[in-house]
Every structure is written in structure tokens, then in C-alpha cells.
Write a protein that binds this ligand. Structure first.
Ligand code: URA
Length: 239
């Protein structure tokens, strides 16, 4: 399997498709990174379990996001700074400007926001409200709140389930239209069908997907199998 042991994303063209629970896939410029770590697998298993209640689900999703975000921000832009320690002058790095933007896709992406900003406290936060039409499965945007001009910005878009790919494709197109030049989607789970749609629809764009697992397939209702059910319902107890 072409994944590196510590979950590094491989450069485009060096990885083969590696379906299954872990590994890295790189196609054109879109990169899929499955974070291969026992803590990630452990938390994901508890999220999948239908006996896990909403408070526990929210806490685990939050913890899982932080682990995924650690890998997803491996290429976050930094600049050099001069500082003085109590002992001597030295140089270090800090996050550079413009600040990264974190965009949760409402509703379920909200449950991933705290985990993201815990790691990136200086990030700006935008919001996109999207629903899928349950008959056509097409994504529809009902609210957007973020800067019009995203030129030169790194954007982290968070949505727990990459199922058909329709929502993320629409969201990422909007971000790129506003000038974002580096977009990373962080998803708890992905379906191979959704990954294929993203690869096709976003080919040639600077997009990376980071996820805890690529599952088997979508079912006829477009739920991920084995999946974890409806992420929003599980988070907010509306099942
Ligand atoms: N959205 C969800 O919440 N779960 C799925 O399995 C697919 C889409």
C-alpha cells in the first residue's frame, strides 16, 4: 500500500488507488488521505456503533476531528519569526497571513468546528448551509457567510460524510470561485462513489480530502455502508 506509515500525503502521481480502510490515493491534483492511526480507528468504531448516544458521539467526533486536523494542516502556511527564549535569540515559525479559513457545512459540519479551531485558534470561520434534495440527491445552498474574496487563502472545509460528493463539490466550487487557492476537505468518513465524483468534478483543482476511512459503498438511499448513519441526527439526537 502506498501510504506512508505516519499518514503523510504522497505527492501526485506516486500513489496507486488503494481502496479499503487505510492508505493514500493521489489522482491528478486531488489527493485523498486516509489517516491510518489506531486512535482514529478506535474512535471511528465507537462512532459507528448504533448504541453510542449523542453526547458521546459529539465528544468522539470532536476528538476525531482534532486528530484528522493534525494531519490535514501538515501543509498549513507558516512564516519565519525571530523570538527570544529566556536563554537566547532564535527563530521559529508562526501561521502566516492571510489567516486560514475554516468552513463547516451546516448542519453536521458544525459538530466538527470546535475540533478544528482548537488546533487553528487564529483561523477565521465561515459558514455554508447546504441540504441535499432527498429525491434527486442534488446539493442546494441555503446560506453562505464568508469573505467574498478568498484570494491566496488556505481553506479547510469540514463535513462529516463524503457520500455522493455533491455537497462537497458544490461547496468547493464556491470556495474556488471566490479565489481560494488551496482547499482541504476534512470528513469523518467517505464512500468510494463520492471520492470518484470529487476526482472527476474537481480534477485540476488544488483539493485534498482527509478522512478516517473510505467505506465499502453507498446504499440505495445514498447512505454510506457500513457508515455510521445520519451524522447530523446522531450528533444532535434527532434520529
Ligand atoms: N450523510 C450522512 O449523514 N450519512 C450518510 O451515510 C450519508 C450522508
Amino acid at each position: 500500500m502506498p501510504a506512508t506509515s505516519h499518514g503523510r500525503v504522497l505527492p501526485p502521481g506516486t500513489a496507486r488507488r488503494a481502496p479499503g480502510p487505510s492508505g493514500s490515493v493521489s489522482v491528478d491534483v486531488m489527493r485523498i488521505h486516509v489517516v491510518d492511526h489506531p486512535l482514529v480507528a478506535h474512535k471511528l468504531t465507537t462512532l459507528r456503533d448504533k448504541r453510542t448516544d449523542s453526547p458521546t458521539f459529539r465528544r468522539l467526533a470532536d476528538e476525531l476531528v482534532t486528530l484528522l486536523a493534525y494531519e490535514a494542516t501538515r501543509d498549513v502556511r507558516t512564516e519565519q519569526v525571530d523570538i527570544e527564549t529566556p536563554v537566547t535569540a532564535t527563530t521559529g515559525v508562526r501561521l502566516s497571513h492571510p489567516r486560514p479559513l475554516v468552513v463547516p457545512i451546516l448542519r453536521a459540519g458544525l459538530g466538527m468546528l470546535d475540533g478544528m479551531v482548537r488546533l487553528l485558534p487564529t483561523a477565521e470561520v465561515g459558514f455554508m448551509g447546504m441540504v441535499r434534495n432527498e429525491e434527486t440527491y442534488a446539493a442546494h445552498t441555503y446560506a453562505t457567510r464568508m469573505p467574498d474574496d478568498l484570494s491566496g487563502r488556505q481553506v479547510y472545509v469540514v463535513d462529516p460524510m463524503l457520500a455522493t460528493g455533491g455537497t462537497l463539490v458544490a461547496a468547493i466550487r464556491e470556495l474556488i470561485k471566490r479565489g481560494a487557492d488551496d482547499v482541504t476537505a476534512i470528513c469523518l468518513l467517505a464512500a468510494p462513489e463520492g471520492v470518484a465524483v470529487m476526482e472527476k468534478e474537481l480534477a485540476g483543482t488544488p483539493v485534498t480530502v482527509v478522512t478516517a476511512a473510505v467505506d465499502e459503498r453507498l446504499n440505495e438511499a445514498r447512505y454510506i455502508v457500513p457508515g455510521l448513519g445520519d451524522a447530523g441526527d446522531r450528533m444532535y439526537g434527532t434520529a
